[in-house]
Design a protein around this ligand. Structure first.
Ligand SMILES: C[S@@+](CC[C@H](N)C(=O)[O-])C[C@H]1O[C@@H](n2cnc3c(N)ncnc32)[C@H](O)[C@@H]1O
Length: 320
C-alpha cells in the first residue's frame, strides 16, 4: 500500500471510547495481565498499560496488519510490558497457548472499525468513497465483499441483509443486485450504493442515514464473520479469566450488543436441565457475574468531542 512508517502512526488516529470506564471496569492493577482483543490505534491499550504500571502486562491483538504496525510504533515505549499479536480475537485461546499464558485478569473488546478504516477509501468500507468492494479487516483472508455481492444467490443475499443489516427492503435490494449482475460484475462501492439507493423507493429513504448504510453494514459483517467471532471470543475468553477477572465489551450496534448480553447471561446461568429432572444432568456451572445490569453509555460531553462514541454500549462481567 506504500505507506511510510511515520504516516502509518499518524494516520492510525483513533480516540478511544469511554477510556476511564474501561480502566475502571477492568480494575487494572500493577501485577495484572490483560488482553486487548482490539488493539486498533492502541488508545485503550495505552490506558491499561498506564493504569497497571509499573509491571502490568498487555497482550494486544488485531488482525489488521496496519493497526499492528502502527501500534507497535506508537506504543514502543511500553515494549517491555506489551506483546502484540496479529490475529483474529476469535483465536484468543490458541494465541494465549502460544504465549504460554494460562490465565489473565481482564479482557477488553472494543468492536467494529477504527476511524482509520473509515478514512481509508481503498478498504471499501464506506459508501462515501468510490473504491473496490473489499471490506476485509484482515487482508490475509480471501473472501471479500466483491465475492459476496457477485456470488451469493438472491436468497443468500436476502438472508445476509436481514440477519446482519436488519434491512426491511431485503427482497428489493437482493433482486436489484442479482438483476444488475446479469449485465456484468458489480465491482465498486459506488455501484453498490447506487443499486441500493435505487432499489428502495425514494419516499422510504431513511432521513438520518444514507439508504445504503444497512446494506454496507450487513456485507461488512458477513465478510468478516464479525458476529461469530464475537460469540466465540466471549465464550473462550471467559475460560482464560482468573477468578475475579473482568471482561469488558464495547459494542456499536444492536446485533453486537445482543450477542454480548445473551452470551453474558448464558455464562451467568448454572444448570439448564428441565425443571422436572430430579437432579442436574448437565453439570453446567455459572462462570460469570454481570457487573453492568444496564449497558454503560458515554457522557454527552464525550459524544460531543467524539461523535463515533454516540452509539457505544459498554457491558462488563466478572469471572466467578
Ligand atoms: C474500534 S477499533 C479499536 C480501537 C482501540 N480500542 C483504540 O483505542 O485505539 C477496532 C479494532 O479491532 C480490530 N478488530 C475487529 N475485529 C477483530 C477481530 N475479530 N480480531 C482481531 N481484531 C479485530 C479492527 O481491525 C480494529 O483495528
Amino acid at each position: 500500500m506504500g505507506f511510510g512508517p511515520d504516516r502509518d502512526v499518524q494516520d492510525f488516529t483513533h480516540t478511544p471510547v469511554m477510556p476511564e470506564e474501561v480502566v475502571k471496569f477492568l480494575e487494572c492493577k500493577p501485577d495484572g495481565i490483560y488482553i486487548d482483543g482490539t488493539l486498533g490505534g492502541g488508545g485503550h491499550t495505552g490506558e491499561i498499560l498506564n493504569a497497571s504500571a509499573p509491571t502490568g502486562r498487555v497482550i494486544g491483538m488485531d488482525w489488521d496488519e496496519e493497526a499492528v504496525s502502527a501500534a507497535q510504533k506508537r506504543l514502543e515505549r511500553y515494549s517491555q510490558r506489551l506483546t502484540i499479536v496479529g490475529e483474529n480475537f476469535a483465536h484468543i485461546k490458541k494465541a494465549m497457548e502460544d504465549l504460554e499464558i494460562k490465565g489473565v485478569d481482564g479482557i477488553l473488546l472494543d468492536l467494529g472499525m477504527s476511524s482509520y478504516h473509515l478514512g481509508k477509501p481503498e478498504r471499501g468500507f464506506s459508501f462515501s468513497f468510490n473504491a473496490p468492494l473489499d471490506m476485509r479487516m484482515d487482508r490475509r483472508q480471501e473472501k471479500t465483499a466483491y465475492d459476496i455481492i457477485n456470488n451469493s444467490s438472491c436468497r443468500q443475499m436476502e438472508d445476509i441483509l436481514w440477519k446482519y443489516g436488519e434491512e426491511r427492503w431485503t427482497k428489493r435490494i437482493a433482486r436489484a443486485i442479482t438483476t444488475k449482475r446479469q449485465h456484468g460484475h458489480i465491482s465498486t462501492t459506488q455501484e453498490l450504493s447506487d443499486i441500493v439507493s435505487a432499489a428502495i423507493p425514494k419516499k422510504f429513504h431513511p432521513k438520518d442515514i444514507h439508504p445504503a448504510t444497512r446494506t454496507f453494514q450487513a456485507i461488512r459483517i458477513a465478510v468478516n464473520d464479525e458476529l461469530d467471532n464475537l460469540k466465540k471470543s466471549i465464550d473462550d475468553g471467559v475460560d482464560l479469566l482468573a477468578r475475579g477477572g473482568r471482561m469488558v465489551v464495547i459494542s456499536f450496534h444492536s446485533l453486537e450488543d445482543r450477542i454480548v448480553k445473551e452470551s453474558f447471561r448464558n455464562l451467568m446461568r448454572g444448570c439448564v436441565c428441565p425443571d422436572d429432572f430430579p437432579q442436574c444432568a448437565c453439570g453446567k456451572k455459572p462462570k460469570l457475574k454481570i457487573i453492568t445490569k444496564k449497558p454503560i453509555v458515554p457522557s454527552q460531553e464525550e459524544v460531543s468531542k467524539n461523535p463515533r462514541a454516540r452509539s457505544a454500549k459498554l457491558r462488563a462481567a466478572e469471572r466467578l
